[in-house]
Unconditional design. Structure first.
Ligand code: UD1
Length: 389
């Protein structure tokens, strides 16, 4: 534990979460603050972007995240409405608590919205998972990443390629710090607690016998607007999943956006196979167990690309690009886009033993949050001293 004196007149670190992928990033950061810098006051703000029990409450419990000190309860909306609503509701929080900085994670709408409010009020922004770029501006997350990084005063990165991305955008090297991956901190902290896949299926009322075939099972998640918001893309994707399921049974955890679109486009029949198990969004410990036990993963998630790399499970990413290139270069990830032929080939390779085994990238070692806590405490104290002069 580092006993750095915390100046009395320095406000709390406001930590912001909004949507599901933020929760596993923030949990280890809060634990590192409490464990290593107990004098550093924090305030957890939840924007309420995700609010369902399945998307929210179960993850908070699994990750042992404290109850948020403040919940802005913004809920769903168009991107503009959601972003604007977070901004409107977050501004008074800054006025009331006068933080020393605001720490945001990842690339969701809440991340950018809170960073933007800070920029206009001269509150320093700290961005965890900075510098990732897909170079695909059609992804809402890419806009969130680029703009948040422009605003941020301290940028913590998960892989070294992020530094070159940031430098290209004119961000000074002194603002960046390579710390590793907090998402993997959560994975390693919870690995032993993960629920066995059979228990998860039984709890969902499904016979777990389906997991025990000679090929094991594949885990599927899909939620990117580019894959699920148009029937012309979603229908062929579900068609190829149905084919894949004939070779290896699939467990498909359905995001609410995807479930709604499957119904809206009348595509439910494509999922009506005995070899496809449909589950609602899962808790963290359930997904971790399902991931660790899977023969392969088919997904368009950012987080799963990293988690499968850490676990050594082959992952076929249903996207044309990735902002996490290290998972392809060093890990178990392969980009297959939404081309049915590429998906079929990828699955066949894995089932015939040719899947990537990969290696775990540098600093994906369970200690990224500790590095952040230590650097941030020193950075804030130094900044405070400089300003007081
Ligand atoms: C958001 C993030 C995405 C992240 C994903 C993880 C942005 C731009 N996108 O996408 O990066 O990978 O979270 O899940 O921030 N809904 C519910 N219950 C909820 C939340 C949402 O039913 O608790 C439904 C609503 O109909 C909503 C839709 O899901 O309109 C989409 O939710 P939203 O938060 O807008 O984006 P995600 O697709 O979840």
């Amino acid at each position: 534990m580092v006993n750095q004196a915390w100046p009395n007149n320095l406000g709390p670190v406001i930590c912001v979460v909004g949507a599901r992928p933020n929760f596993m990033k923030m949990a280890p950061i809060l634990r590192a603050f409490t464990g290593h810098h107990p004098a550093l006051p924090t305030l957890l703000v939840h924007t309420g972007q995700h609010y369902d029990k399945d998307m929210n409450d179960r993850l908070f419990a699994d990750l042992r995240l404290p109850r948020p000190d403040i919940n802005l309860e913004v809920g769903s909306g168009t991107h503009a409405v959601q972003t604007a609503e977070v901004m409107r509701r977050f501004e008074p929080v800054l006025d009331a608590h006068r933080p020393s900085c605001v720490l945001v994670v990842g690339d969701v709408n809440s991340t950018l919205a809170c960073a933007l409010v800070c920029a206009k009020k001269e509150v320093p922004v700290v961005h965890v998972e900075a510098g990732l770029r897909s170079y695909d501006r059609l992804m809402p997350e890419e806009i969130n990443r680029v703009l948040t990084d422009q605003i941020a005063d301290r940028l913590y990165t998960t892989e070294r390629s992020a530094h070159a991305n940031l430098a290209r955008e004119g961000i000074a090297n002194e603002r960046m710090c390579f710390v590793g991956n907090v998402m993997i901190d959560s994975l390693l902290a919870n690995r032993e607690l993960a629920h066995p896949p059979a228990v998860t299926l039984r709890a969902a009322g499904v016979d777990p016998g389906i997991l025990n075939g000679p090929q094991g099972y594949g885990l599927v998640t899909l939620h990117r607007p580019s894959n699920v918001d148009h029937a012309e893309t979603l229908a062929p994707l579900l068609g190829v999943l149905r084919e894949v399921a004939e070779k290896v049974p699939l467990v498909f955890a359905l995001h609410p956006r995807t479930r709604a679109n499957v119904e809206r486009f009348g595509l439910g029949e494509l999922l009506g196979s005995r070899r496809i198990v449909l589950l609602p969004p899962q808790g963290y410990l359930e997904i971790l167990g399902l991931l660790a036990g899977a023969r392969l993963v088919l997904s368009d998630s950012g987080g799963l690309q990293e988690e499968t790399t850490a676990l050594g499970v082959p992952c076929l990413t249903i996207r044309e690009n990735t902002e996490r290139p290290i998972t392809v270069e060093q890990g178990t990830n392969t980009l297959v886009g939404c081309d049915p032929g590429a998906i079929r080939r990828g699955v066949d390779d894995i089932l015939s033993g040719l899947g990537k085994t990969g290696r775990v990238p540098e600093f994906w070692d369970g200690r990224a949050a500790e590095r952040i806590a230590s650097d941030l405490a020193s950075w804030l104290i130094a900044r405070h001293a400089q300003r007081g002069r």
